[in-house]
Write a protein that binds this ligand. Structure first.
Ligand code: ADP
Length: 151
């Protein structure tokens, strides 16, 4: 079974993220959305609230699971028996970050004498490439309607 972990902050989970999950389901048997505690980012809502909100979206999709985690993504992937890390790329800026992340994760896997955790990057759909969680949070701060950015 091909299992992919889709890790992120998802603060909040946007239509751009949902599109990556939808397309991931065309490639993998199961997609596990993994909400991480990202020390680098100012967070909006508690991780457990994010997990619950995303799980509600995929209530009827048995191939999607939603979890939280606070360790390294490669350790989570090994725990879950996942051979793929799924990520999205919106821009050159995203690409450089994702490339470094993929390389570091590959180093970690190699250092542990493991094999076979592959990062798969999907290019963001042009309809969603401008959407980021941080922009959605900012609009929410000013009381604007963000419903069209959220699945
Ligand atoms: P992180 O804190 O790990 O960057 P995010 O929740 O911001 O987590 O994003 C998770 C993943 O989803 C990242 O690979 C990011 O590039 C991707 N992503 C974010 N927004 C979009 C979007 N609008 N379209 C496609 N991919 C996206």
């Amino acid at each position: 079974m091909n299992i992919a972990v889709f890790p992120g902050s998802f603060d909040p989970f946007t239509v751009g993220h949902a599109d990556i999950v939808r397309r991931g389901l065309q490639l993998f048997d199961r997609v596990i959305v993994a909400v991480g505690y990202n020390s680098q980012k100012l967070s909006g809502s508690p991780v457990e609230d994010r997990v619950a909100a995303i799980a509600r979206i995929y209530m009827n999709e048995t191939r999607v699971e939603v979890v939280s985690y606070s360790d390294l993504t490669v350790d989570l992937a090994q725990r879950l028996g996942a051979r793929f890390l799924l990520r999205g790329v919106r821009s050159v800026k995203d690409f450089e970050y994702e490339r470094d992340l993929a390389a570091v994760n590959a180093d970690l896997i190699r250092a542990e004498g493991q094999e076979g955790l592959e990062t798969v990057l999907l290019i963001a759909d042009s309809r969603y490439a401008h959407i980021s969680s941080s922009l959605v949070r900012e609009l929410q701060t000013y009381g604007r309607d963000v419903a069209h950015y959220l699945p």
